[in-house]
Design a protein around this ligand. Structure first.
Ligand SMILES: [Zn+2]
Length: 319
């Protein structure tokens, strides 16, 4: 009998989420571990990870799986390792693939979370019938995964697709990577808040709902809600964010000539207030040959934002 379930793991700085995913791409059950609770003890962490996976499988009477897919910060596809991830406490290289494979005897695939999301879109989402598309993940940072000829693009060392660190404004905002003007500093949740702060500082007469929020309450979600209620500053924030994303997407398109662009993540929940200026800016900036056969659609991911990281990681075992 062919196994029908896969295990997807999303390793983050706070939590490690583990889920069982069925053939339809639904996460049927999940559990989690605290990632920082293990300090730099990667061996103990991996022992407990395997115990947690086995516990979850036993609970559902599942004896066979297709494999384990893992999305992790600085996840290296070729080596199956996590390499010096800045937001994890583990030091150096963590040999995740080889260790889990030895303990479980199944296929194990490691990559970064944006690649996992893109592959999830390919296997279970709106990219099912597409061989070429690019997915952007907007969240704490901005990630991207590039599908060409039906496959994820990994590049020479496994780190291809870092479009969040494409420079959109030379000399612009200081990025977490140490350079200035990366897309991430404008289109991540953090970047959106920064744009809002700058616009409010410029417009002293503004006294709308965002001006009433304390610093810790001003987040991209609140700005998105305000924009959808017609707040002028919030609308300007998304107009600007859409403008910048449109430029970045038009540049990305020149690289791989995709059939579509997908976006996922908290800031995309703002909806049309983001997508309309983004599509307009994209049309203004894209090289005309890419619009000859009609516009390249910029679409919202069809994956469920709550479990995309798990479902995307689980999809990797189908590679
Ligand atoms: Zn950067």
């Amino acid at each position: 009998m062919n196994p029908i379930y896969s295990v997807g793991i999303d390793i983050g700085g706070t939590n490690t989420d583990i889920g069982i995913v069925n053939e339809a791409g639904q996460c049927i059950d999940r559990c989690n571990l605290s990632t920082p609770a293990y300090g730099d003890n990667a061996e103990l962490y991996m022992d407990d990870l395997v115990k947690a996976i086995n516990g979850l499988l036993q609970k559902h009477g599942i004896t066979e799986i297709k494999g384990v897919g893992i999305g992790a910060p600085n996840g290296n596809y070729f080596n199956g390792t996590i390499d010096n991830a800045p937001n994890l406490k583990f030091k150096g290289e963590v040999k995740l693939r080889d260790t889990l494979h030895a303990k479980m005897g199944v296929k194990v695939v490691v990559t970064n979370d944006a690649n996992a999301a893109a592959y999830g879109e390919k296997i279970y989402g709106g990219g099912k019938n597409m061989n070429d598309f690019i997915m952007f993940t907007l969240g704490t940072g901005v990630g991207s995964g590039i599908i060409v000829d039906g496959k994820l693009v990994y590049g020479h060392d496994g780190f291809a697709g870092e479009l969040g660190h494409a420079i959109v404004f030379p000399g612009g905002r200081l990025c977490s990577c140490g350079r200035k003007g990366c897309l991430e500093e404008y289109a991540s949740a953090r970047g959106i808040v920064q744009t809002c702060r700058e616009l409010m500082a410029e417009d002293k007469s503004y006294n709308g709902p965002l001006a009433q929020l304390s610093a810790d309450k001003l987040d991209s979600r609140a700005i998105g809600e305000a924009a959808n209620q017609g707040d002028p500053i919030a609308l300007k924030v998304f107009e600007y964010t859409g403008y910048v994303l449109g430029i970045a997407i038009s540049n990305a398109v020149t690289f791989s000539s995709p059939e579509a662009i997908f976006l996922i993540g908290g800031p995309t929940k703002a909806g049309d207030v983001l997508f309309e200026p983004m599509r307009k800016s994209f049309s203004e900036h894209v090289l005309p040959i890419f619009e000859k056969k009609g516009k390249i659609p910029i679409l919202l991911s069809q994956l469920n934002a709550n479990d995309v990281a798990i479902v995307g990681a689980a999809a990797l075992v189908n590679e």
